[in-house]
Design a protein around this ligand. Structure first.
Ligand SMILES: *Cc1c(COP(=O)(O)O)cnc(C)c1O
Length: 355
């Protein structure tokens, strides 16, 4: 730390992203990226913008917002496009959090939530999960705080029904409820239909997972016009050109290429369920998943031990050094071939472990 670093941030513990190693070519099953490339139309749309990069991007994202508004059946003023969904999440903490309006979120969830809270000096409460890793929405009834919940949750993969989400929104009418739907395209039902009924609901989405655009950095929020207007105040006070031209064009083309992305998600769901069966047959406990990953543990090998053994064999998964989940690994669903290699290596590791 330099002597110039503000004391305000001296204790800040930044978010640790999953490894992005440059040394060996790993099979990357650690950061929930899509194993499939973007569609041809998306590549073309992004490339067309390359020759226009001397010009700023549209701060209003008009064309992309229009496409998204038709796609999701909401008004364009109900959408705010951001530099990854991490940015809209940060905007939410900046816009709605303060000493009188803390945030509450599950103790096991996306690791960025406490970081955004600390960065913006927003107090927060972490609500423990139940023993079976589930979120019990009754724990949040009238909690007198803004709420942020990933649905499905990460890294567990477990999912709340629309009725449970409605309970959160309805029982906390004086606070904002943020539902982070980063993984909703992998089998869950979105809370979007609730938007017409509740002015305090903010849904966040990302193009990083189901739309194969993690490297483009595009996410967005959908909410009542009033909440979006508040977050626009934050956006225009930080970075009006937060989405670059190539990314904006890529996102627009992706939303118009529904069939390609739907097929990709269906493929991942099939591969996920097959992998679940194979892991279970080997003795793993695997949580239910409505995401593009599985959260699994084996009674005979520690989570960290399995993580290192797989890494030695060229496969990266994500292990979290957190007491309640230390026996588990989060395994991103890749292609069928990648999952076959994973299963072969896991069998070898378990065999070696016994002998
Ligand atoms: C991946 C992820 C995000 C952020 O994705 P971006 O790449 O910033 O759009 C947000 N929330 C959860 C729960 C995630 O897993």
């Amino acid at each position: 730390m330099s002597k110039f670093f503000s004391e305000r941030h001296a204790a800040l513990k930044p978010y640790t992203p999953g490894e992005q190693p440059k040394d060996t070519v790993y099979i990357k099953l650690n950061t929930n990226e899509s194993p499939f490339p973007p569609s041809e139309a998306v590549k073309k749309a992004a490339a067309e913008q390359a020759g226009m990069l001397q010009l700023y991007s549209d701060p209003e994202c008009l064309e992309l917002n229009q496409t998204a508004s038709e796609f999701f059946g909401v008004a364009p003023e109900q959408i705010l496009m951001t530099n990854g969904s991490d940015e809209i999440l940060n905007f939410a903490f900046m816009a709605f959090g303060d000493d009188k309006n803390p945030f509450a979120f599950p103790s096991i969830s996306y690791g960025f939530y406490p970081v955004f809270a600390a960065l913006n000096r927003v107090p927060y409460k972490e609500i423990p999960l139940r023993d079976d890793f589930r979120i019990d929405v009754s724990d949040y009834k009238g909690i007198d705080a803004n709420i942020i919940i990933a649905n499905p949750n990460a890294p567990t993969g477990l999912y709340l029904s629309p009725d449970e989400v409605e309970f959160l929104v309805k029982t906390n009418p004086n606070h904002v409820v943020v539902i982070d739907e980063a993984y909703i395209d992998f089998g869950g039902e979105s809370a979007l239909p609730l938007l017409g009924k509740y002015e305090n609901l903010l849904i966040t989405r990302t193009f990083s997972k189901s739309y194969s655009l993690a490297g483009a950095r595009l996410g967005f929020g959908i909410a009542s016009k009033a909440l979006i207007a508040d977050m626009n105040t934050i956006k225009y006070s930080t970075n009006p050109y937060n989405v670059n031209r190539m990314t904006m064009a890529a996102g627009n083309a992706a939303l118009k290429d529904v069939a390609y992305y739907k097929a990709g998600c269906e493929k991942i769901i099939r591969t996920r369920e097959r992998t679940r069966q194979e892991l279970t047959a080997l003795g793993f406990s695997v949580l239910d998943s409505k995401t593009n990953f599985l959260f699994a543990m084996h009674p005979e090998i520690g989570g960290k031990q399995l993580y290192f053994a797989l890494k030695q064999r060229g496969i990266l998964v994500r292990h979290f050094d957190v007491e309640k989940i230390k026996d588990y690994n989060r395994i991103t669903i890749g292609t069928d071939e990648q999952m076959d290699t994973l299963m072969d290596e896991i069998k070898n590791i378990l065999k070696g472990n016994k002998s």
